[in-house]
Design a protein around this ligand. Structure first.
Ligand code: NAI
Ligand code: MG
Length: 364
């Protein structure tokens, strides 16, 4: 088939939610990189629709998302998200106003957080070589400690009582375990480490352990082990090479993935995919960091986590070769020492973005 016929044959509808703080800078950078990728490869295009849902708008309008916001998002092939959170709005309001309802309502029950030390960067751990740290953290993303069950009574007295109830369901645990085992199976080392705290938390976490061992029977090729979360932090720091794929609850994996990002060089490089593996709803892609009010508006945020998340989005859309090409462009840029301050470099967001775009254009 002549190449011009295939040109721009596929158009992906992407909902873009920049949000707050550095979320705005890095989303703009990611959109620029994605548009450069599609313009260079000429086999697909992105049609971005930007949603101005943010904390500033919340303060103005009193809402984060329109009442039919989730329905609007469902019309897209994927969602690209920056970050939400502002010093002007309590964090539980902003998180529950935007990102958590999207993850839950769109059945994005898996959060995948890969961690690697990119070329040209290094771990803060002295004796760790780049190839020693290569993990995928699979986080349960729909229930557990972030179920939102609980309440406060006697709030305005000295006898205030608050409950925060973790919900663990057999169905919820089974589906995340299957995803984690499939992930482990697809990787060269085929190792899965399951993390809980089932010594102290004797109901929900014990169910996690039980389901893990049951599901494991269906994956004899995957080597398994089990860790308590406190000991896991020690193992991640002292023996990073001993792990490959990791599965943990919503809260534990949230914490462990920030640690993982720091151990791989910076929270600024770490990507995440909020997936609905049934593909009935759009999945959402975002760097794991927040809105970083301390550096917001300075133009110095590291956009690498945003680009890596964009690459994961491209992969989820089925454009495997394009995703690999984007990752290669990102890695060529870090390898060349074009890095922001958090990675020990002296470049700003714009300079790193332009360097990645220039690398992509070399693909032509
Ligand atoms: P944070 O991730 O925003 O920042 C933690 C530290 O890492 C800060 O010193 C920041 O400057 C640095 N950092 C983060 N991303 C960076 C990047 N790309 N380049 C260079 N440095 C970077 O976490 P923090 O401070 O706990 O939260 C700030 C706000 O973000 C809060 O309102 C929080 O609720 C919200 N948040 C939102 C998330 C989301 O939208 N998914 C996730 C985490 C936090
Ligand atoms: Mg987090």
């Amino acid at each position: 088939m002549p190449s011009h016929i295939r040109e721009h044959s596929r158009i992906y509808q992407i909902a873009s939610i920049p949000g707050d703080g550095i979320g705005v800078d890095i989303t703009e950078a990611a959109v620029q990189v994605l548009n450069t990728l599609s313009a260079t490869l000429r086999t697909f295009q992105f049609d971005f629709k930007t949603f101005d849902w943010s904390s500033d708008k919340y303060l103005e309008r009193g809402w984060y998302m329109e009442p039919d916001g989730l329905e609007q998002l469902k019309k897209h092939d994927a969602i690209y998200f920056g970050a939400v959170g502002s010093p002007e709005v309590p964090d539980h309001i902003s998180l529950w106003g935007l990102i958590l309802p999207i993850r839950k309502a769109l059945n994005q029950y898996v959060n995948v957080r890969p961690t690697r030390i990119l070329p040209g960067t290094k771990s803060p751990l002295e004796n760790v070589k780049n190839e020693d740290l290569d993990w995928v953290i699979v986080r349960e993303n729909s229930e557990g400690e972030y179920s939102g069950q609980g309440g406060t009574s006697h709030e305005h007295s000295d006898h205030a009582v608050a409950t925060e109830v973790s919900i663990f369901t057999q169905v919820g645990i089974e589906r995340i375990m299957h995803f984690a085992f499939e992930t482990a199976k697809s990787r060269p080392r085929k190792k899965l480490t399951m993390v809980t705290k089932s010594n102290a938390q004797r109901h929900g976490m014990v169910l996690w352990d039980k389901v893990f061992y049951e599901v494991a029977k269906q994956y004899p090729e995957v080597e398994i082990d089990k860790m308590l979360v406190d000991a896991m932090t020690v193992r991640m720091v002292l023996h990073p090479k001993s792990m490959d794929t990791i599965v943990a609850t919503n809260l534990h994996a949230d914490i462990l993935s920030d640690l993982a990002a720091a151990l791989s060089g910076s929270i600024g490089i770490a990507p995440s995919s909020n997936l609905d593996p049934t593909r009935k709803n759009p999945s959402m892609f975002e760097p794991i960091h927040g809105s970083a009010p301390d550096i917001a508006g300075k133009g110095i945020a590291n956009p690498v986590g945003a680009f890596w998340s964009a690459a994961e989005m491209v992969r989820w859309l089925g454009e495997e070769a394009a995703a690999d090409a984007l990752m290669k462009a990102i890695e060529n840029v870090t390898a060349a020492g074009v890095k922001t301050k958090d990675l020990g470099g002296d470049k700003n967001t714009k300079e790193v973005t332009e360097a990645v775009c220039a690398e992509i254009q070399k693909l032509q």
